[in-house]
Design a protein around this ligand. Structure first.
Ligand SMILES: Nc1ncnc2c1ncn2[C@@H]1O[C@H](COP(=O)(O)OP(=O)(O)O)[C@@H](O)[C@H]1O
Ligand SMILES: [Mg+2]
Length: 259
């Protein structure tokens, strides 16, 4: 509804012009579009979960059936092989369920003033053994003055662990394996948190699909790591962008509000 006054010659309000427009139909179409969009996504997510769980479960079924019908003829070694195969499929299902649980764990993050350097110390503690074993160097580029971000430290650490896991995989074939983390107090009074690796990098197409649920280029991947990363960061009012060049490496840039 739009209301405009109509003035008389003395400049007093003599009348009003009211324009009313019925937006019921607009609203209805809008909500249909929204629902259709949501249903599209739900359909896609359900079919992906069905696929991800269905494959290993089917494979367990096959292993057990083969075992059952050959129990008399198989020697211990063959039986052990089938049990081993079944167990590794079960671990795959467990892993997927754990990953899905991570979606809801940080539904309501506990955002507080966080010393970003201290957070990096925690990351180093948790990853240094793994990185050393794979000959990966972790280089830090930090400002002298401490930087305080407004994040949930536990959720943010989870984000960094996910990025580290991806970087480790990307560095598999690289010679001088390096992960570089830089913290910058930017001009908008935010923290620019840069996480880089000099690993295999990605095709443009991969970069475009990076944050899509179940998008993975790995045989054993879930394609959920970066979806969770993005969701957790959004909950903490942070943003993430990725850039990459095939054969050169990958750069993730996170913008964090300061305390
Ligand atoms: N640092 C990286 N370097 C190269 N490719 C990456 C990197 N991080 C992610 N990717 C690509 O993005 C895909 C999706 O990553 P992610 O959501 O963590 O799922 P997953 O690791 O299970 O495949 C990966 O399969 C990989 O192709
Ligand atoms: Mg991953």
């Amino acid at each position: 509804m739009q209301i405009s006054p109509v003035y008389n010659q003395e400049g007093r309000v003599a009348n009003q012009v009211i324009v009313k427009r019925d937006i019921t139909e607009d609203k209805r179409l809008e909500s249909i579009a929204e629902a259709a969009n949501l249903m599209d996504n739900i359909g896609f997510i359900f079919s992906s979960i069905r696929h991800e769980l269905g494959n290993p479960i089917n494979s367990i079924k096959v292993s057990l059936s083969v075992l059952e019908s050959n129990l008399e003829v198989y020697d211990t070694e063959a039986i052990a092989r089938f049990i081993h195969r079944g167990l590794s499929d079960i671990r795959r299902v467990e892993y997927l369920l754990k990953t899905l649980r991570n979606f809801s764990i940080f539904e309501r993050p506990d955002i507080k003033k966080t010393d970003m350097q201290a957070l990096l110390d925690k990351l180093i503690q948790l990853t240094e053994k793994d990185l050393a074993k794979r000959y990966i160097m972790l280089a830090l580029d930090l400002p002298k003055a401490p930087l305080y971000g407004l994040v949930d430290p536990r959720a943010f650490l989870q984000v960094l662990l996910n990025l580290t896991t991806n970087a480790i995989a990307a560095l598999d074939e690289t010679k001088n394996r390096t992960i570089t983390i830089s913290l910058i107090h930017n001009q908008k009074n935010q923290i620019t948190f840069v996480f880089e690796d000099n690993g295999c990098g990605m095709e443009e197409d991969t970069v475009r699909n990076l944050f899509r649920p179940f998008f993975t280029t790995k045989a054993e991947g879930t394609g959920l790591g970066l979806v969770i990363v993005k969701k957790m960061l959004a909950k903490m009012n942070c943003s993430i962008t990725a850039s990459s060049q095939k054969g050169q490496g990958t750069r993730m840039e996170i913008i964090i509000p300061t305390a």
